[in-house]
Design a protein. Structure first.
Length: 294
């Protein structure tokens, strides 16, 4: 996060825009045919992708004449010709995106550091895994629900899993290695010992700060498979991290999808493939890479 406290979000073109038709053209006609097609379609807007509603709401947190709370950077493996078409669409929509990088097939990850990216969003699992390995908070936006439950105007609503997302992956490792009963016993035995922060703890801290300066602009929810026996350690960890949530659901392993349908988030972040698959056709869903320790 910048010294001014501005959250920098890096988003790929294939997350922000629906470029599936263009990708098929590349596979069918190769790079030369693909670029010729893009030059021919320069004046034709691209379609919006799964990240668009979230990006729009994040940028809407900024107010004219005030220091920005969010900066969005376009990060693309595309060439500058395709990039120009995308940027023209962004400009026509009025999205305040001032920075973009286009690497024509090369890895963009060396540039995330100089850009100051705090959160990297992509539609590609491999991109997200590489960004995570490079030390960046990252999430894979899943194909599925475009947010029809929450309008583009109004408060930004974010739902987050606990372990390996807001909290670190140490307790997850116990669950995966020894099962749920051992997990509950472990958490009861260590209930007064806060865990470390997970990859999205800084994002939750940012949302909390926005709630202080923009009352009513953001609502947050912690939604976890933890049961009541493992509640205390999670709550103590939030206190130790200096973060809070508006709503919290401790579901004892129950599916999260119907609770998310009621909360209506603009984005739901979780590291569990099962919960991601359950939710992705109901609400916009992002998969967070599971911590190595988990």
């Amino acid at each position: 996060m910048t010294p001014e406290g501005c959250l920098v979000v890096g988003v790929t073109t294939r997350a922000l825009c629906d470029l599936e038709e263009e990708h098929k053209a590349f596979l069918e006609h190769g790079e030369a045919g693909y670029m010729a097609s893009q030059r021919d379609r320069m004046d034709e807007p691209v379609l919006w992708g799964v990240a668009y509603p979230l990006v729009r709401k994040l940028l809407a947190l900024n107010k004219p004449g005030q220091a920005p709370l969010v900066k969005v950077v376009l990060v693309s493996r595309n060439d500058p010709v395709t990039g120009l078409r995308v940027m023209r669409t962004i400009s026509a929509e009025g999205l305040e995106i001032g920075q973009a990088i286009f690497t024509k097939g090369r890895s963009p990850f060396p540039y995330l550091g100089p850009l100051g990216v705090d959160l990297f969003l992509s539609a590609e699992r491999e991109d997200v895994e590489q960004a995570n390995a490079a030390g960046f908070a990252a999430a894979q936006l899943m194909p599925g629900a475009v947010n029809e439950l929450s309008p583009l105007t109004g408060e930004l609503r974010v739902a987050l899993d606990a372990d390996s997302t807001v909290l670190d992956g140490s307790a997850d490792a116990v669950f995966l290695r020894e099962g749920v009963e051992a997990f509950h016993a472990h958490e009861r035995a260590h209930c007064t010992e806060p865990m470390g922060p997970g990859p999205l703890a800084p994002f939750l801290a940012f949302l909390n700060r926005v709630q202080q300066v923009r009352p009513g602009a953001v609502r947050t929810c912690l939604i976890t498979a933890r049961a009541v026996p493992a509640l205390e350690r999670a709550v103590r960890t939030l206190l130790a991290l200096g973060v809070t949530v508006d709503e919290a659901f401790f579901l004892e392993g129950q599916a999260k999808a119907e609770f998310l349908r009621q909360f209506r988030p603009d984005a739901f972040f979780d590291d569990s493939d099962r919960h991601v698959e359950d939710a992705k056709n109901i609400v916009p869903t992002a998969r967070v890479p599971r911590a190595a320790s988990a």
